[in-house]
Every structure is written in C-alpha cells, then in structure tokens.
Design a protein around this ligand. Structure first.
Ligand SMILES: Cc1cc2nc3c(=O)[nH]c(=O)nc-3n(C[C@H](O)[C@H](O)[C@H](O)COP(=O)(O)OP(=O)(O)OC[C@H]3O[C@@H](n4cnc5c(N)ncnc54)[C@H](O)[C@@H]3O)c2cc1C
Length: 386
C-alpha cells in the first residue's frame, strides 16, 4: 500500500500533523522510534500559553495565535488543559516595573480578545502574606493573570489517539532509517523488531524534533534546512512546597522562571544552555540545578528544600541559529519544504506545544498540491481530546 503521508516522530508536532491529515481524509502512518512523546514533548514546562514574555520580542502574531489555540484547547480538552492563576511579583530591583507588567498584561488581554480567561488583577497588599511565604521585602506589586497547564505527554497521546480514531496508523517502536525519492513517490526504509522493512508514500513529513537534522541526512535527496541550534531547557521536580503558581524574573539575568505546582509536585524551570551532543544525551547539568534553586531560594528564602529530593529532566528547543541570546530568539515553528509548488518533503522544527494544531493545519495547507483529493472526515477545531 502507498500512504498519502508518512510522519517521522510521535511528538506533539507529528501527532498534530497525523490528526490533521487523517481528518482531511488522507491515509497516514506515523513512525516513532521510542515511545509517544519520548522526546521534547514530555519535557516542556507543560503550559498551554500565549507566552507573555514574547511580547518583549514583538512576537505578536505568535502570541495571538497561541491565545486562540489556548481558548480552543480549553474547550476541546477540558480534562487535559486547565486554567491556573499565575502570580508575577514585582520588586524594587526587578527589571520590569509594575507599569511595564500592567501594559504587557493589557496587551496580552487585548490579543486574547478580552475574554474572562484574559482578565488580570493587581493583588492588594493585604493578600501578599497568603502567597506561600513569598519574599515581601522590596515588593512593590503582585499581578495575577491566567495561563493553562497540561500534561504534555498525555496531550500528545490524546492527539495521536484522535488521529488513530480517524484511521491513522502508528508503528512503534519503529525507527526511520532512510528514504529515496522515486518518480511515483518515496521508498522508505525503517527498522522494527530488529528487521529492516520498506514502505512507500507520496509525501514525507520530518517531525523528528531535535533529531530532524539527523533524519534529513538519511533522505535522498536531502533538504537544505535552515541553520538551527539545540538549546537545552532543564526543569526541577521538588516535593509540593508551594500552593500557588509563580512567574518570576531570575535575579541574575532577568530571564523568566516558572514555579508551577504540577501533579502533586513543584515544577521549576527553565534554563537555556546550548547543547552540542546527541539529542538523547540531554541531561540537567549541575549548573542548571544551582541556577534554578538559587532563583527559588531568592524568592522563597524559608522553604525547606532538601537537595537529595530534587529530581530533574531536560528537553531541547530547536531554535534558529543566531548570535542573539536564546531567550530573545523567535519561537515560531520552522517549516521547510523541498519544493515550493509541489513539496514532497516537509520538515518542521521547534514551535510550541500550544500551537501544534494551528501548525498542523499550516503543514497540510503547504502539502495540499502534492496530496490527492480526499473526502474530509472531520475538522481538528471540533475534535474533542480525551
Ligand atoms: C524546556 C522546554 C520547555 C517548553 N515549554 C513549553 C511550554 O510550556 N508550552 C509550549 O507550548 N511549548 C513549550 N515548549 C516547546 C514544545 O515542548 C516543543 O515545541 C514540542 O514539544 C516539540 O515537539 P516535536 O514533536 O517537534 O519534537 P519531539 O517531542 O522531540 O518529537 C520528536 C519525535 O521524533 C522521534 N524520532 C526521532 N528520530 C526518529 C527516527 N529516526 N525514527 C522514528 N522516530 C524518530 C523521537 O523519538 C521523538 O519522539 C518547550 C520546549 C522546551 C525544550
């Protein structure tokens, strides 16, 4: 059988493309070498968010699209995506003043359409003592606004299940080994259970996340991909020391650090450390652990932190190569095609968990000219995720 589309990678992006393609009526196969969401898609900050801080780098389109997708996911996946109040404390030493935060939150609410989930408040001083022992010395204001939290791996699995319910197939564990373009389509080789197998498809989607450049080397003809860098982001998992969610400015460098109660633990992240090894070697470094604990202790000096109870995980962002700091680089997804009018190969890298559905629809739009006309089975904007 020849598939319309084969997707390499069952992270959130691969799952999203499989769902959108199956919904559009196409035959789809997903190849995953390890497990669903085994890569970056289980190592995120687990926020379905607009990305307040992207306003500083003027990524307004991304913020608007992310807030729209957040609103949709709150409806389609109410058991998996839940709104939580986030607190932003502002001190005399903070880089951003209360006025700046207020302006940012107002713009954020405007981009989100001024709905109830986009309201924010400046907490009265009388309530500050309820915030888990937050340092109040030098505190000028505490803002509260809403973001949504999820379980990234569970969300990815739900999207893939939705794709499968529309006819998509999953081979796992199955490792993509190579593909060659022939006149009638791709001849693709993969390894499963120690055996090498072949299949064919019209269009190939490389959604291998941090492995995408490696996968591209096994494709003939390989694609010219934009230059990218892998930037590690680590998180710590501590016992449930806080009740509230916080969005902080790291005292040394002003970067954003989240403190998020999550599934009975406290999630603290994240970092931005260039990674030059193999993607599977990403690990939280001692320096990253120190950096995150220093931030936690700075704002909550009385927390009883026992370092031997701190677990960690690390994920890899795929960001455009640039001399700019990782913090200010674009978080837009990178979509590259082998041919502008009739693409047979599309590689997608980076982007956000939050915008996986919008990304998948863009991918399908780019591939439309190379895919046969099929009868649509569903719309991803209407499919509940369970
Ligand atoms: C630290 C960090 C925090 C983040 N926080 C957030 C957040 O809070 N909110 C948000 O919206 N976004 C967040 N993101 C972004 C988001 O997590 C990623 O954009 C998303 O998970 C990327 O998914 P992916 O499918 O592209 O890659 P991956 O999840 O890495 O999936 C790639 C898959 O391809 C498979 N694969 C690789 N090679 C092969 C092969 N040869 N054969 C078969 N399979 C193969 C891998 O096993 C893997 O499962 C964060 C990212 C990082 C790094």
């Amino acid at each position: 059988m020849q598939y319309d589309l084969v997707v390499i990678g069952a992270g959130i992006q691969g799952a999203g493309v499989a769902q959108a393609a199956a919904a559009a009526g196409h035959s789809v196969l997903v190849l995953e070498q390890t497990a669903i969401a085994a890569g970056t898609s289980s190592k995120s900050s687990k926020l379905i968010h607009g990305g307040l801080r992207y306003l500083e780098s003027a990524q307004f389109g991304l913020v608007r699209e992310s807030l729209q997708e957040r609103a949709l996911l709150l409806k389609l996946a109410p058991d998996l995506v839940k709104l939580k109040p986030l607190h932003i404390p502002v001190y005399h030493h903070s880089r951003r003043s209360p006025m700046t935060i207020r302006l940012g939150l107002s713009l954020y609410a405007a981009l989100g359409g001024f709905g109830e989930s986009n309201r924010f408040a400046n907490l009265p001083r009388s309530q500050w003592h309820q915030l888990d022992g937050l340092q109040t010395q030098g505190l000028r204001a505490v803002f509260r606004y809403a973001e949504a939290q999820t379980d990234d791996a569970a969300l990815t699995a739900a999207v893939l299940r939705s794709a499968q319910s529309l006819g998509a197939e999953l081979l796992m564990p199955a490792r993509f080994e190579g593909a060659e373009l022939e006149p009638e389509g791709w001849r693709l080789v993969y390894e499963q259970g120690g055996r090498t197998r072949e299949l064919s498809c019209r269009v190939l989607v490389n959604a291998a996340g941090p492995w995408a450049t490696r996968v591209n080397q096994d494709i003939r003809p390989a694609q010219t991909l934009p230059a990218v860098e892998l930037i590690q982001g680590s998180h710590l998992l501590l016992p449930p020391l806080l009740q509230h969610h916080f969005y902080l400015e790291s005292p040394g460098d002003g970067r954003a650090v989240f403190l998020l109660p999550w599934r009975g633990q406290l999630l603290v992240g994240t970092t931005e450390t260039p990674h030059s090894g193999a993607p599977e070697e990403a690990r939280c470094l001692d320096t990253e652990k120190k950096y995150l604990l220093a931030c936690l202790r700075h704002y909550f000096p009385h927390l009883p932190i026992e370092e031997d109870q701190v677990a960690s995980f690390a994920g890899l962002r795929v960001l455009p190569k640039s001399p700019e700091s990782a913090f200010s680089r674009s978080r837009e997804v990178l979509l590259a095609v082998d041919n502008q009018t009739h693409p047979r190969l599309l590689t997608l890298m980076g982007g956000k968990l939050t915008t996986y559905r919008a990304t998948a629809e863009k991918v399908l739009a780019r591939l439309r000219a190379s895919l046969p006309a099929r009868e649509r089975r569903a719309r991803t904007s209407e499919l509940p995720l369970v």
